[in-house]
Design a protein around this ligand. Structure first.
Ligand code: ADE
Length: 242
């Protein structure tokens, strides 16, 4: 997969050299390039922002550098990438969207700063490529950089060959619309707290049932919204009894 990121703070992306993402880049599963938006400015101050029309606080990112950046990274003659613009006003980023993005061949992330990017950049881009404004959650960050780190990590770990044990994708939280059950390792007793007996029973049917029930209980307590959104056919009779 090819991923391009445009930002006025390319240094934010240094962690993408580390660990499993660094390895995915080294072995070519992920071709990631970070670009400085100011490359596409032409004045001595390399200006990227200006005051908002209509008044109000803060500054807005000017359309010209963004237009030139998108022209360069998504040229009309090449297959268009999917453009993702992090914004607190975007649609929620979810595990389902991470799977959707992992199936794309080219993602282009545009990191806004200040109050955001002039909306015409997105309108114009949408005439040439799919554009999605995406929010990490109901809070406001300084800019899109941290959101892009999160999304690149969530997507990269779904690419074939990145995770050592792909089976863990099937068991983790959100894999089936539920939160994952608690997990334990050795020793069996630690500071007076014991590993649940069932996990040491060796009875894999009972263990799977216990995990399912703990996942349901956790989801009901912490994320009732997820439970409510679960299609009825994803719950069986034993789930409802639990
Ligand atoms: N930029 C600022 N806040 C954000 C958020 N919550 N999600 C994505 N991008 C953002």
């Amino acid at each position: 997969m090819r991923v391009d990121v445009v930002s006025i703070f390319p240094e934010y992306f240094a962690p993408l050299d580390l660990s499993l993402i660094g390895r995915a880049r080294a072995n070519g599963v992920l071709q990631l390039a970070v670009h400085d938006l100011r490359t596409w400015t032409h004045d001595v101050h390399r200006t990227v922002d200006d005051t908002p029309y209509g008044g109000g606080p803060g500054m807005v990112m000017r359309p010209e550098p963004w237009g030139a950046a998108l022209d360069a990274l998504a040229p009309a003659e090449a297959p268009p990438p999917r453009l993702l613009v992090p914004s607190p006003a975007g649609v929620p980023f979810t595990q389902a969207m991470a799977y959707e993005l992992a199936a794309e061949s080219h993602l282009l992330f545009a990191c806004g700063r200040y109050e955001g990017i002039d909306q015409r950049v997105l309108e114009h881009a949408a005439t040439r490529m799919p554009v999605t404004e995406v929010s990490l959650g109901d809070y406001v960050l300084f800019g899109g950089e941290v959101a892009v780190l999160v999304m690149v990590e969530a997507v990269t770990r779904l690419l074939p060959g990145v995770l050592g044990n792909a089976g863990s994708l099937d068991e983790e939280s959100h894999a089936h619309g539920l939160l994952e059950a608690p997990i334990y390792t050795k020793p069996p007793s630690w500071r007076g707290h014991d590993v649940p007996e069932v996990l040491r029973s060796g009875d894999h049917g009972k263990i799977a049932r216990w995990r399912r029930e703990e996942g349901l209980l956790r989801t009901a307590a912490r994320r009732p919204d997820l439970l409510a959104a679960l299609p009825a056919d994803r719950l069986d009779k034993r789930d409802i009894a639990a």
